[in-house]
Design a protein around this ligand. Structure first.
Ligand code: PNS
Length: 162
């Protein structure tokens, strides 16, 4: 059985992430959405539990996708899960250098291959950090994130919590 990891912080999950997860699920028997527990980025907007809830709500229609947390090296998690591939979305050339470097490091460390999927053009400008910033200042992100996430962002930032 071929298992792939879709790793990330998912703070919060965007329509761009969902697009990559859905397309990965068409090519692999099983997909693990791997949510990092100890990201370099301090001060997340949503807790791990909230991120898991949002992900569960938006991938519920995909029977071969599950959500797991990991900490430490992604390749160690991949080995523990028996995953044979990492799948990432590439939005633009600006993603390429860093993603290539990580893919090569992961390959050197473990032999695991990274597959890149081109982000759908309508999502190519999207990132969780930009979505957070727009939502923080009251911008409309309803076309950029799943409905449940948009609502949580509104709830989080209503009442002056900016
Ligand atoms: O959504 P993000 O924050 O861009 O995801 C980055 C992530 C979690 C995929 C990346 O930071 C990662 O794989 N971290 C795990 C630690 C690790 O394995 N580091 C070596 C990478 S070469």
């Amino acid at each position: 059985m071929a298992t792939a990891l879709c790793p990330g912080s998912f703070d919060p999950v965007t329509l761009g992430h969902l697009d990559i997860i859905e397309r990965t699920a068409r090519h692999f028997d099983e997909v693990i959405v791997a949510v990092i527990r100890n990201p370099k980025k301090a001060d997340p907007l949503f807790s791990l539990e909230e991120r898991q809830e949002m992900l569960a709500e938006v991938v519920g229609h995909l029977g071969n996708v599950r959500i797991e947390f990991f900490k430490g090296l992604l390749v160690d998690f991949a080995r523990d899960e028996g995953a044979e591939a990492i799948v990432k979305g590439l939005r633009a050339v600006s993603d390429f250098d860093y993603e290539l470097q990580m893919a090569q490091m992961n390959q050197r460390l473990s032999g695991i291959d990274t597959f890149f999927i081109s982000t759908s053009p309508q999502h190519s400008f999207l990132s969780s950090s930009l979505v957070r910033e727009v939502a923080r200042f009251g911008g409309d992100v309803s076309s950029m994130v799943p409905e449940t996430v948009a609502q949580r962002l509104v709830d989080r930032f209503s009442g002056g919590e900016r």
